[in-house]
Design a protein around this ligand. Structure first.
Ligand code: BTN
Length: 263
């Protein structure tokens, strides 16, 4: 029933095959395994419940039944995309922001590098992983988890950043497969122009805290505080420090949060 309605909603999209699970450990793990045995570009793994969902920085990402979107899209990088793999995460973020805007009129933003916010609270996270053969990336696994219903939001003591759900902000029930349809439609459309100036412009237009002061924590390094200027051509965050100097931050294992100018 659930699976059938998913397949109907996504029927017009260029997805060669969908693997749906009522319950799974992690859709990213499943997608990685499938990509190693030949899944085609655009194949989708999606689950109603995840018991071992994974987030960035080795955190867990639990997906409760009926409350969220948890899926992994398998993408086979095209030759022109290979030097731009860092763009797949913002591709997912941008597509979700546009889907939330188009379908529900919500103004979502991308918290660099991998989160999507509604009302400055985290509504979705993105985990990009890859499968390589020697020096050549064979597949990119674009894993996205969206808190759709309030039950998807972990308790405040379990999150590193304030979280919310689409329904809490929208104020009404949301059809999650319809949201997924709009997200994937936007993603496939933007992918054609992935390395274009328009893509970078759209990414910057959706960037949260632009012009505001933020603090970036990086393992083993001093925290950096600065005002967000935008994103450079390598996907690094451009920050203006209070010394007047611009610094570019690489999107590694970082944590970003709003900050005081003098923090
Ligand atoms: C984060 O914010 O830390 C990223 C969370 C990514 C979660 C998604 S849910 C679907 C896919 N499968 C996983 O195990 N993780 C990603």
């Amino acid at each position: 029933m659930l699976e059938e309605s998913l397949r109907i909603q996504l029927a017009d999209l260029p997805i060669p095959e969908i693997h749906f699970f009522e319950t799974i450990g992690s859709t990213n793990d499943e997608a990685l395994a499938w990509s190693e045995t030949g899944a085609a570009d655009g194949c989708l793994v999606i689950a109603d419940t995840q018991t071992k969902g994974r987030g960035r920085l080795n955190r867990q990402w639990i997906t409760r039944p009926g409350a969220a979107l948890a899926f992994s899209l398998i993408l086979r990088p095209k030759p022109e995309e290979i030097s731009h793999l860092f763009l797949f995460s913002p591709l997912g973020g941008l597509a979700l922001c546009q889907a939330l805007s188009k379908g529900l009129g919500l103004a979502a933003q991308i918290k660099w590098p991998n989160d999507v916010l509604l009302n400055k609270q985290k509504v979705a996270g993105i985990l990009v992983e890859s499968f390589w053969s020697g020096e050549i990336p064979q597949s990119i696994i674009l894993g996205i988890g969206v808190n759709v219903a309030p039950e998807a939001v972990p308790p405040p003591n379990e999150v590193m950043y304030p979280a919310t759900s689409v329904e809490q902000i929208y104020g009404k029930p949301v059809d999650r497969f319809n949201l997924l349809h709009d997200l994937l439609e936007s993603l496939f459309a933007w992918r054609v122009n992935l390395t274009s100036d328009q893509f970078f412009k759209a990414w910057e237009d959706y960037l949260a805290f632009r012009g505001e002061w933020v603090r970036v924590d990086q393992p083993g390094l001093e925290p950096i505080t600065g005002q967000i200027l935008g994103i450079n051509e390598n996907g690094n965050l451009r920050l203006l420090q209070n010394t007047g100097q611009e610094i570019n931050v690489y999107a590694g294992d970082i944590r970003l949060r709003p900050a005081d100018k003098n923090q």
